[in-house]
Design a protein around this ligand. Structure first.
Ligand code: HEC
Ligand code: HEC
Length: 526
């Protein structure tokens, strides 16, 4: 391999780097970001005009992106930095060289750690860049062409065998990366973007987030929940957080913690619910927060979360979001500033308002026996947003996620098991013959061998257990299993089957789950 790493760094600077690496973090007092950049990074990164530093000043990324870059400086280049200084720097860089909210649209699943997401990038990007890590890791950065090129050089320099791995032998990876990918990336993800300039000048102040938030959520395997999150200021851009809520089945969802705001909207919290630490990864803008809250040790156990600041006017959700023609049921509207009469559209009558406050309205609904199947826009006064599904019969059941990865773990090792967590979605057929989503239904769950191979290897017996009434799959222990052929591990290839009952008729849906080995390398952005 004759290709050289051209990273904008000279050999003499790398010599300085060795000295820097020997320095231990010298001060216990908090240092400001400029001082850290000067004293800790400048040894390797060349000073430029306007207080700039080579490489560092020509990129924008998320807080997780900055954290990963600096962590790489530590693991690969011998950078010594205290955790405090690293935190200060990540905050400063994410604030001054972050991404505008619109620049993270569509790829937030990577930050929210929805690891079962099936990505849809163009073929070239998927094959060239999306085989080792997510395409989102790429889409969550902004650089000029020269910096995209240095990134390509860094890849090949750092992993020279790259061209022989990851199905890359059929092409000249380096050539395509430089000639095709660099211009494409520079155009698609440019450093200079009016959206970022605009966000920097117009971003709301962090203290606008202080107050009570009405929230709605959904946890696969458990159901819907709602409550109030109270946010109080605790320093600049840092907050105390307390959550008081309830699942639809009445069980509590209460806890306390803290949060920090990056880039004016990237909300990252740690809240302990019932002794379990949960991370919050939200986009917080003005009166709205949205994202995912998941267990720190088990990011597969997480809930979709949406919140509205109390005092604002917003309708967030209807729980549950469906109603059968000819039947009566109680539904709850969640939001903020809910005044006036709720309306659920044609064929749906409000029988009784059971409870009404600005944050929630509980009503008893009745759908006419001949109500047309389909979606109804729900309104409260002038507020709208969510919809209610009216159905007369379930047409199909879908397992969500349709494709997923669970992982064996423990078994004497320190890596926890990664569960499979599923929802059974019922779908109806509208008057126009088009399918529409009714909502998540209770189901009976089981797994079966995905193919003959899986049947022969008895994957169902070894790969783990499905909780029949919850759609939660817990994989088997890690390590060799003497009971299996060749003492192989407990990996497996399974069908996930949900059976939903619709007035005595059972309908089934099917998903696919691979139970595989531990994920050894688990960076913040997959
Ligand atoms: C010991 C030398 C050394 C120190 C100290 C160092 N870096 Fe680097 N840095 C490098 C090298 C070498 C590269 C190019 C290879 C790479 O990207 O890993 C680099 C590249 C980078 C990049 C570009 C990464 C990319 O994806 O293109 C960023 C950002 C960065 N460094 C940030 C920092 C920050 C922030 C600090 C101080 C906390 C720092 N570095 C300190 C050696 C160093
Ligand atoms: C052979 C596997 C492989 C391929 C192919 C690959 N990457 Fe990477 N990439 C990595 C690894 C490993 C890292 C470093 C992760 C870390 O910092 O811990 C990385 C890091 C990155 C980062 C983060 C760098 C930073 O510090 O900010 C970006 C952005 C990136 N890759 C983009 C790309 C693009 C664009 C392509 C396609 C042209 C690509 N990658 C192809 C393995 C790969």
């Amino acid at each position: 391999m004759k290709r050289k790493l051209r990273s904008g760094m000279s050999a003499s600077l790398l010599a300085v780097a060795a000295c820097v690496a020997l320095h231990s973090p010298h001060s216990l007092a908090a240092r400001d970001a400029q001082t850290i950049l000067k004293e800790t990074c400048q040894g390797c990164h060349t000073p430029e005009a306007d207080n700039g530093l080579s490489r560092i000043s020509h990129q924008r990324k998320t807080p997780e992106g900055w954290l990963m870059s600096i962590a790489r400086m530590q693991t690969m280049h011998g950078l010594q930095i205290s955790d405090d200084d690293r935190r200060t720097l990540v905050k400063y860089l994410a604030d001054s060289q972050g991404l505008a909210p619109s620049e993270t649209d569509g790829v937030r699943y990577a930050l929210e750690r929805r690891l079962n997401t099936v990505e849809h990038f163009d073929d070239q990007t998927s094959q060239m860049c999306g085989r080792c890590h997510s395409g989102a890791r790429v889409a969550l950065q902004r650089r000029p062409a020269q910096e995209w090129e240095r990134l390509v050089n860094f890849h090949l320099g750092q992993w020279p065998s790259l061209e022989y791995q990851a199905l890359a032998r059929d092409r000249d990876w380096f050539d395509i990366a430089r000639k095709d990918m660099v211009p494409l990336l520079a155009k698609r993800y440019p450093l200079d973007n009016p959206a970022w300039k605009k966000w920097q000048s117009a971003a709301p102040k962090a203290d606008a987030l202080v107050g009570d938030w009405s929230f709605s959520g959904h946890l696969p395997g458990k159901g819907e929940l709602a409550g109030v999150m109270t946010v109080s200021a605790d320093g600049s851009d840092t907050f105390k957080v307390s959550v008081k809520g309830q699942y639809a089945d009445g069980s509590p969802f209460n806890g306390d913690g803290s949060a920090i705001l990056y880039t004016g909207y990237e909300w990252r919290g740690n809240v302990t619910i019932d002794g379990v630490t949960m991370r919050q990864v939200f986009a917080a803008q003005g009166n709205a927060m949205q994202g995912r809250m998941f267990e720190a040790e088990h990011d597969e156990r997480g809930l979709d979360f949406v919140a509205a600041k109390q005092g604002s006017n917003r309708l967030l959700a209807v729980q549950p979001g469906y109603l059968k023609a000819g039947s009566e049921t109680e539904v709850t509207l969640i939001g903020s500033g809910l005044t006036g009469k709720p309306n659920f559209g044609k064929g749906v009558e409000v029988v009784e308002v059971v409870e009404q406050s600005p944050e929630r309205i509980k009503v008893k609904l009745k759908a006419a026996a001949n109500a047309q199947p389909g979606l109804r826009a729900v309104t409260v006064g002038t507020l709208k947003g969510p919809s209610l599904s009216v159905y007369s019969k379930i047409d199909a059941v879908k397992v969500v996620p349709e494709f997923s990865v669970a992982r064996i773990g423990e078994g004497g090792g320190s890596t926890p098991k990664v569960q499979g967590r599923f929802d059974a979605e019922a779908w109806g057929k509208g008057a126009d013959g088009k399918p529409y989503r009714i909502g998540v239904f209770p189901a009976q769950w089981k797994v079966e061998a995905f193919d003959d191979r899986a049947k022969e290897d008895e994957d169902v017996k070894f790969a783990g257990t499905m909780q029949a009434d919850a759609g939660v799959f817990t994989p088997g222990d890690a390590g060799p299993n003497p009971a299996r052929k060749m003492s192989t591990n407990n990996a497996g290839n399974l069908k996930v089957i949900a059976a939903v009952d619709d007035a005595g008729k059972s309908l089934t849906g099917e998903g696919h789950m691979i139970v595989t080995v531990q994920r050894w390398n688990n960076p913040p952005i997959p």
